[in-house]
Write a new protein. Structure first.
Length: 577
């Protein structure tokens, strides 16, 4: 296939707007899969097997008597994984922007549009679900024009479910999206955009051949590590690995080379032939963990088994960061960094379901930054690392917290309630616009810490499910944050320390003390629960001794004694949120 007969494209859409259904239809239409229904959501399935990431699928298609190779590059596309969407777009020259005819443009439609727009991709708008009784295609076409300034004169109206209009999609992909610009006669330049670990064949890389030609047996070098590898197997995904023995400029496919461990496959790396070094392509910023939590086995004897499970679960997920953590209260565990809370929930669920694990997960923390007067800075991923006020005296320049830029789209009748919500989460409105007579798009800057808890659920419940939300990283901002300790009988419990904005201390301090007093069972002695900031008590609760007798008196004298709190009390407290 000469480059002019290749198209590399993706489908971008808000969740549930029909991306997977359309992908299936296209695979059927090109005979890549048969059209019986056992094949539903093929690309998603490939992804799930791989735990997440980017899938590519090559299709062969005849158009106006010419044979084309069409490569569909797909990502699952949830808000936490926008960085994967942008990674996958690098290997495309164009994208189909799919919008649900009954729901119209939603927050992820906007976020994904801008990712594609900033990559300079050709964007083909398509309206889906026109079979639905609630479909309002004309209204959605207007939204597409006014929000994205896209030409809608030739817009496709389709039903991915019934197949109506789907036959128009691939011709417009060929006509509108430019072919890749690579040159097969130039030295090899291969771009690695995703990888996963397969138990049978080892590390499998997805690569785009930007220039040149790569064949089985070739010796290639990583521009990142300068390590040499030999290509063992190479081919296209169709939809699973299909050996071709080579890939040419403009193609995307899989490459198995002599990589031993997943960590050798650096996403964003450029590979070249050993005798022909080239300048590397601009790489990617590594995925940043934005939410950190401590994970501890409920039964401490389970530590080794869980360590294995966690290693297995994260083998393919370079966006997870792991460190060992030891807590006085909870014993040995791990501090794990995730892209967001959804990512964390998925991880926890898999750990419980697939690895039969019982774990305590501590309150999630975002990475706070301490900037010292000498210009150095320290990232705090664990509240226990946060210095006490005394330690910061004369050294501190400022404290900062991570911010996000939220895009919220909603019917105007819910505006008041959502503005209240954002305000209560320390959000600041940056702009709002009407997308049409009744739909509003708002932008807010909000501290990341405020959305990692229940922001999304709250947004949905205040808008009867109609508001949609997406966010992007906005860097750090100065903030008046403090560390709150929880003391039980005067002893701080490390696993319960938390970092808060000063304005929240009184409420959270009271709430936590109260909630703890409800989950800790009565003991033989009195239990005093205190929440404190820099030694100052915010709230106090007392759990009276089981019965007033002599024994209690005996214990009573030594309130600083390290009491053994049952793990269950922590579990109850933390899982209640
Ligand atoms: P994705 O999240 O964008 O991948 O969306 P899916 O492809 O999983 O589709 C979400 C839901 O919408 C599924 O229940 C589909 O069956 C349904 N759906 C997709 N396309 C259409 C369509 O054209 N018409 C109707 N009525 N439903 C559709
Ligand atoms: Mg899907």
């Amino acid at each position: 296939f000469p480059a002019e007969n290749i198209r590399n494209f993706s489908i971008i859409a808000h969740v549930d707007h029909g991306k997977s259904t359309l992908a299936d239809r296209l695979l059927e239409l090109t005979g890549t899969i048969s059209s019986n229904h056992s094949h539903q959501q093929v690309l998603d399935k490939l992804n799930v097997e791989r735990e997440r990431g980017i899938t590519t699928c090559s299709m062969f298609y005849k158009y106006k008597d010419k044979d084309y190779l069409l490569n569909l590059i797909d990502t699952p596309g949830h808000v936490d994984f926008n960085y994967e969407v942008s990674r996958s777009l690098v290997a495309c020259q164009g994208t189909i922007l799919l919008v649900d005819a009954s729901q119209g443009i939603q927050a992820q439609t906007v976020a994904n549009f801008f990712l594609a727009f900033n990559e300079g991709l050709t964007i083909i708008p398509v309206i889906n679900k026109i079979d639905l009784p609630a479909a309002e295609p004309d209204r959605v076409i207007n939204q597409v024009e006014s929000t994205f300034e896209l030409d809608t004169s030739e817009i496709s109206l389709i039903s991915a479910k019934s197949g109506l209009g789907v036959d128009k999609i691939l011709p417009s992909v060929i006509e509108k999206i430019p072919p890749p610009s690579g040159d097969v006669n130039k030295p090899l330049k291969a771009f690695l955009f995703d990888s996963w670990y397969d138990t049978y064949v080892g590390v499998i890389c997805l690569m785009e051949i930007v220039d040149g030609k790569l064949q089985k047996g070739d010796k290639i070098v990583s521009a990142y590590s300068e390590k040499m590898y030999e290509v063992i197997d190479i081919g296209i995904m169709h939809p699973e690995q299909f050996t071709t023995g080579y890939l040419h400029a403009g193609q995307v496919g899989y490459v198995v080379c002599s990589m031993k461990v997943a960590a050798e496959a650096h996403v964003g790396d450029t590979f070249y032939h050993i005798k022909n070094p080239v300048d590397p392509l601009p790489g990617f910023e590594p995925a940043k963990s934005m939410v950190f939590a401590g994970v501890f086995p409920i039964d401490t004897n389970e530590f080794n088994r869980l360590d294995e499970s966690i290693t297995k679960l994260t083998l393919n997920d370079a966006s997870v960061s792991i460190q060992r953590e030891t807590s006085m209260a909870l014993g040995q565990g791990w501090r794990i960094g995730f892209l967001g809370t959804l990512h964390m929930d998925v991880f926890k669920q898999r750990l419980e379901e697939e690895h039969d694990a019982n774990v305590i997960i501590t309150q999630p923390t975002v990475p706070y930054k301490i900037v010292y007067r000498d210009g150095t800075a320290k990232l705090i991923r664990n509240p226990t690392e946060f210095p006490e006020p005394m330690e910061l005296q004369n050294k501190l320049s400022e404290l900062q917290e991570p911010m996000i830029l939220a895009t919220i789209i909603l019917p105007e009748e819910y505006m008041g309630s959502i503005i209240d919500l954002c305000g209560s989460r320390r959000g600041e409105q940056i702009e709002y616009n009407y997308m049409d007579e009744s739909r509003v798009i708002m932008k807010y800057s909000i501290p990341l810490a405020e959305i990692v808890t229940d922001f999304h659920d709250e947004l949905k419940s205040r808008s009867s499910g109609y508001a949609s939300f997406d966010y992007e990283d906005m860097g750090y901002q100065i903030s008046d944050i403090v560390k709150m300790n929880v003391l039980i009988n005067k002893k701080p419990v490390d696993a319960l320390a938390t970092i808060l904005h000063r304005s929240q201390v009184a409420n959270v301090g009271r709430e936590w003390a109260k909630k703890l007093s409800e989950v800790i069972p009565k003991q033989l002695y009195e239990v005093i629960i205190q929440t404190t900031i820099g030694g100052k008590v915010i709230a106090r609760e007392t759990i009276p001794a089981m019965r007033k007798n002599v024994t209690a008196k005996c214990y009573g004298g030594d309130v600083t004694r390290n009491i053994e709190l049952p793990q269950k009390a922590f579990y109850d407290f933390l899982s209640k949120g």
